[in-house]
Design a binder for this molecule. Structure first.
Ligand code: SF4
Length: 107
């Protein structure tokens, strides 16, 4: 899973890309456009959010949708609804874990 309260299951993600334009606040980007490494190497890693976010900007179909700007989420659930493999879970109660991790990484 990538993300805390906006979480994408990369085992289920098929790089359809429909979540990227569906999100009104641009939470998602393709992970390989910024960090062109195997998905396993992005576990517990962060992205700066400078990658591409068009639906068809994937490197190939092994690319994955990365919720790099999840703190901007407004809980509209558009990504959850549009994903063809139900790979995205949005859970507002996980916000505290995101905030704890963010404060830990800034020390
Ligand atoms: S719930 Fe809405 S605002 Fe939040 S990541 Fe999904 S599409 Fe974006």
């Amino acid at each position: 899973m990538h993300g805390t309260f906006v979480a994408v299951d990369w085992d289920s993600c098929i790089a359809d890309g429909s979540c990227l334009p569906a999100c009104p606040v641009n939470v998602f980007q393709w992970y390989r456009t910024e960090n062109d490494v195997p998905a396993a190497e992005m576990s517990n890693a962060t992205s700066s959010g400078t990658g591409r976010s068009g639906q068809n900007d994937r490197s190939d179909y092994t690319d994955k949708s990365d919720p790099v700007r999840e703190k901007a989420c407004i809980w509209c659930m558009a990504c959850v609804t549009v994903c063809p493999t139900t790979a995205i879970k949005v859970e507002q109660s996980n916000m505290e874990f995101h905030q704890q991790a963010a404060s830990t990484s800034q020390r």
